[in-house]
Design a protein around this ligand. Sequence first.
Ligand code: ATP
Ligand code: MG
Ligand code: MG
Length: 371
Amino acid sequence: DGVSSRDLEDALYAFGFGLQCSYVKPFGEGHINETYAVYMPTEDGDEFAYILQRVNNNVFKDPAGVMENIFGVTEYLRNVIREEGGDPDRETLSCIKTKTGCTYFEDSEGQPWRCYNYIPNSVCYQLVEEPEQFYQSGNSFGHFLKQLGNYPASSLKETIPDFHNTVKRFGNFQRALHRDIKNRAVTCRGEISFVLEREQDCGVLVQQQEEGILPLRVTHNDTKLNNILFDADTGKGLCIIDLDTIMPGLAANDFGDSIRFGAATAEEDEQNLDLVHFDISLYELYVKGYLEATKDVLTPEEVESLPWGARLMTLECGMRFLTDYLEGDTYFKTAYPEHNLVRARTQFRLVDEMEQQFDRMKEIVKKYCQN
Ligand code: ATP
Ligand code: MG
Ligand code: MG
């Protein structure tokens, strides 16, 4: 699904980067969209860059909804950052409209393109190199939640419906198990029981949200380290990027997903389970950064929901891998037949360790809530 040079040229033209543009190059290490940096000369002989992206419309079926969410949130953030005395050109993405005033451009194949300001003097890390970065990550995603604390979350489009509806995900798992179209259930009885034994858990957060105990927040839904740009000079978290999956959701979901992959000691598809552990000291670092930014805005119920978020995002993710394994690997890309099962196992190992240390996880959250 490469990008044709004609579509790239059309997109450049649509955003007004015709003949003046100095050069364009593929940029970053994203897996979902096609990202380019566009360099434009300025009058004083400098260069100014933009990010041009072809949005993956296999994943995002409603690009207009996605862009509406992103425009709403980023324009709001610019004002918040101004009030904080920050620099809105570096601390948030800003979207640029097409020459005809649209939020995105549709190329000859019907694929959507959008354009952002380039965040100067920033760095992006693929992996946590220093534990300090994980603290920064918690602090940045926490700050993002706080900045959007008064944004009307329910006005956001749910561009991927039921994304973290763990109860529905459990239902999908049960259906896949019942059909068992690849006859794989016999190869993963232990993993199946692991999920079935946790049916009640799946409802813990969904129920609290439905009962109004947990509020809907603006959630990012892809809270990975490489979706934060760090300030190249100070090393501090600077700007949250990759806003495609901004939706109404629970604080605990964003928090939990960060913990799921960031506090694990091995890759998601590590085959040797002896290497897979939940690192509670990394969890503590993230909690510290996150609560420093959010303890004044989260409700007591939300604070209490955070350890559950870690457990349930990890369970949900493992359940999705196991569902895909049972369905014959139709959703996640796999490199070998058991790949999804291997992934499910790492997630269940993490869930198991989180359950064993759950009291400690709750104590840590309490500790960083005190003023
Ligand atoms: P993912 O695989 O995380 O879903 P993606 O394909 O959605 O990624 P982005 O995360 O939006 O793509 O962008 C890919 C990379 O491009 C980022 O990780 C970052 O390094 C760089 N990048 C994106 N936007 C900007 C920006 N405005 N300024 C500077 N760098 C950026
Ligand atoms: Mg990204
Ligand atoms: Mg993305």
